[in-house]
Design a protein around this ligand. Structure first.
Ligand code: ADP
Ligand code: MG
Length: 307
């Protein structure tokens, strides 16, 4: 006899709901969480559909891991500490081997972000996941897209373009030497939400966003929200050794400027604030509007509805 929805929830998800803030986890009509005194809740949700956000060939554990990190990255951009997540999962069938791998990836991601899975929904249909993350910050102390000031430094964490290169490696469009291939592919399959950096930036950055759709596209959102312009200096873009050693320089810049899925943070810092470790100044905030950049890429960001 095949498994019921409840068997699957019990076997693959119910064990992931332990955490300090959890009053009530999986199994009731709603979860209940306690928040630290004087804190506010930040809530964000992200859907990943097979064939749109990830290739059908991606392993179940990577599908789960990436989806959680993509959602957690939005909390990092707010400077929020993850408290819990919810998963709405649509599955073509109750394949236990696939679910075993999926729930392992989910467990690894929950451990990595330090938050439990406290609920969700399970339905049948084409594979799709919606991850909702809940995070907390002190009530008056979080990051937004709106505070960039002319004169601030424009900064990015980590290295840019790796995930786009990794996707090209995975889909057979880029052939590179073995260790670079593993590094780049892993940057796509196992991104790291910059949560600790986000929390640290609460006390110094004037604005922040996570780079999910590509540097230029995400920078444009912050510039518009803050009513300022950004100047980006392409010579300063942080690039990984794997990229520099194995990818054509023109292609590198395109990926660094418009490649999505890196989940690094882009933020603005007043000039008197020190640059956090692992971050790079890539330009400056100016009066005006829009992004000026000393290179023109072929396309800007990804938009699901643009034709
Ligand atoms: P209801 O019918 O009241 O909405 P469900 O039968 O859908 O409840 O779910 C039962 C319990 O299992 C709930 O606590 C729900 O949050 C949890 N749950 C369902 N699907 C998932 C999932 N994919 N991941 C985590 N928890 C889940
Ligand atoms: Mg339900």
């Amino acid at each position: 006899m095949s498994d019921s929805e409840f068997d699957l929830i019990q076997d693959f998800f119910a064990g992931l709901d332990q955490g300090a803030s959890v009053r009530l986890g999986i199994g009731d009509d709603a979860a209940a969480l306690s928040l630290p005194d004087g804190h506010v809740l930040h809530i964000s949700t992200d859907t990943a559909a097979e064939g749109v956000h990830f290739l059908a060939s991606l392993s179940a554990s990577d599908v789960a891991y990436r989806s959680v990190m993509a959602a957690a990255s939005d909390l990092a951009a707010m400077g929020a500490t993850p408290e819990a997540l919810l998963l709405a999962l649509t599955l073509p069938e109750g394949d236990r081997v696939w679910l075993e791998s999926f729930s392992q990836g989910l467990a690894d991601a929950c451990t990595a972000i330090g938050a439990p899975l406290v609920g969700g929904d399970t339905t049948r249909g084409p594979l799709s996941l919606t991850v909702t993350v809940l995070g907390s910050t002190p009530a008056e102390h979080y990051l937004t897209r709106t505070g960039a000031q002319p004169g601030d430094r424009l900064c990015a964490s980590g290295t840019l373009g790796d995930a786009a290169a990794g996707l090209a490696v995975i889909s057979g469009q880029l052939a590179v030497e073995a260790s670079a291939a593993v590094f780049l592919a892993t940057r796509y399959t196992r991104p790291a939400a910059r949560l600790a950096l986000g929390e640290a930036l609460r006390s110094c950055a004037t604005s922040c966003i996570d780079i999910s759709d590509g540097l230029l596209a995400d920078a444009a959102h912050v510039a518009a929200a803050s009513h300022v312009g950004f100047e980006i200096d392409c010579a300063l873009l942080p690039l990984s050794e794997a990229m520099r050693s194995s990818v054509d320089p023109k292609q590198i810049l395109d990926w660094a400027l418009v490649g999505g899925d890196d989940y690094e943070l882009l933020f603005t810092l007043p000039t008197n604030m020190p640059l956090p470790d692992g971050c790079t100044e890539i330009g400056r905030v100016v009066a005006g509007s829009g992004i000026s950049c000393d290179r023109t890429p072929q396309r800007i960001g990804y938009d699901h509805f643009k034709r």
